[in-house]
Write a protein that binds this ligand. Structure first.
Ligand SMILES: O=C(O)C(=O)C[C@]1(C(=O)O)C=C[C@@H](O)C=C1
Length: 326
């Protein structure tokens, strides 16, 4: 029986880096793809069932975390990350035909793109004014509107290639040629992606208040079980000044005993801890697992404790008899 066609949404319009990330998903090219105007709108489409999954940016190697995504998945109806994708980032500066570099005064793009091209802009268009755009592609397409209030946009090369009314004023304008953005595919809670051996687990941990050393205790849950962290970011909860949650990526799958044990520890320290998913790493790199934190070591340890409890369940007389002071 042919499987039903999935509906994906992404930070649009067509031509964003997020769309490039979505097209890495094997069935995305043949599926229905609905552009969303911002990260929240994309995630809400998943929450209300009008999309099966949303591709959204989560972090960039130069500019760091995408706060709109970090905050939106940390609160509200629960969601799950089921996949990640990496996209190398390269930017072009585009304008309408006939506009020269020397005429550019106002540039629009996504905030993360602007941050990655700051040095280039300072050098080549000193004093240029930044006009925030909802995405790189939206900024580029906005140039074609009659009432466009900026003269150029920073976007992906594909937008210029597919839009003849735009022309490229400069290529490779990113300050860091090796820039990469990481994207996540987010779905409603359901079937957990299978363990691949090279996985990542994402959690959101509210920092318990008035508890000295709480952050240390949280980190300790991972450290003592040999679980490496690849990202940790603090974000304000928005409730009041000084109240934070931590967004954490850990190596491994909740199906790995060491990760499950670490999550149980987190829950004891911070009961509102939110599990956001276990999913295969885009780079397929398996972590180095210390011997004493392998599944086998956990099984042996649990069996040992079980044995003790079974022995002791013979009754208090056994304990009294065994006591040297008797
Ligand atoms: O505007 C886009 O094209 C996006 O996909 C968003 C986004 C981001 O949020 O970081 C993605 C990659 C680039 O780093 C710049 C912008």
């Amino acid at each position: 029986m042919p499987s039903a066609r999935r509906t994906y949404t992404f930070l649009g319009p067509e031509g964003t880096f997020t769309e490039a990330a979505l097209l890495q998903v094997p069935d995305a090219a043949e599926s229905l793809r609905i552009p969303s105007s911002n990260v929240n709108a994309a995630l809400d489409r998943v929450r209300d069932g009008s999309a099966d999954a949303a591709m959204v940016p989560i972090e960039n190697s130069v500019e760091g975390g995408v706060t709109a995504t970090l905050d939106s998945i940390a609160t509200g109806q629960e969601l799950r990350i089921i996949r990640e994708a990496l996209v190398p980032i390269s930017f072009v500066l585009v304008a309408r035909a006939g506009v020269e570099l020397s005429q550019i005064r106002r540039i629009s793009t996504h905030g993360h793109a602007w941050a990655q091209c700051r040095l280039w802009v300072d050098e080549h268009i000193p004093g240029a004014e930044y006009i925030p755009g909802s995405s790189t592609a939206a900024a580029a397409m906005g140039l074609l509107e009659d009432d466009a209030h900026y003269d150029a946009a920073i976007c992906a090369p594909i937008v210029a290639a597919e839009q003849p009314a735009l022309h490229v004023l400069a290529e490779n304008i990113g300050d860091n040629p090796g820039a990469v953005t990481r994207f996540i595919l987010v779905s409603r809670p359901g079937i957990l992606p299978a363990r691949t051996g090279a996985d990542k687990t994402t959690v959101v941990v509210p920092l318990p208040e008035d508890r000295p050393g709480a952050l240390m205790e949280i980190l300790d849950q991972f450290a003592t079980r040999g679980v490496n962290l690849s990202r940790i970011e603090s974000r304000p909860t928005g409730q009041y000044l000084g109240h934070y949650f931590f967004s954490i990526d850990a190596d491994g799958h909740v199906g790995d005993a060491r990760v499950a044990d670490a999550l149980a520890g987190l829950h004891r320290i911070s009961p509102a801890t939110r599990f956001l998913g276990s999913y295969g790493r885009a780079d397929a790199q398996a972590p180095v697992v210390p011997e004493h934190t392998s599944d086998e070591a956990f099984q042996a340890a649990h069996a040992w404790v079980k044995g003790i409890l079974a022995g002791d369940s013979l009754g208090p007389e056994t304990l009294v008899e065994a006591s040297p002071s008797a």
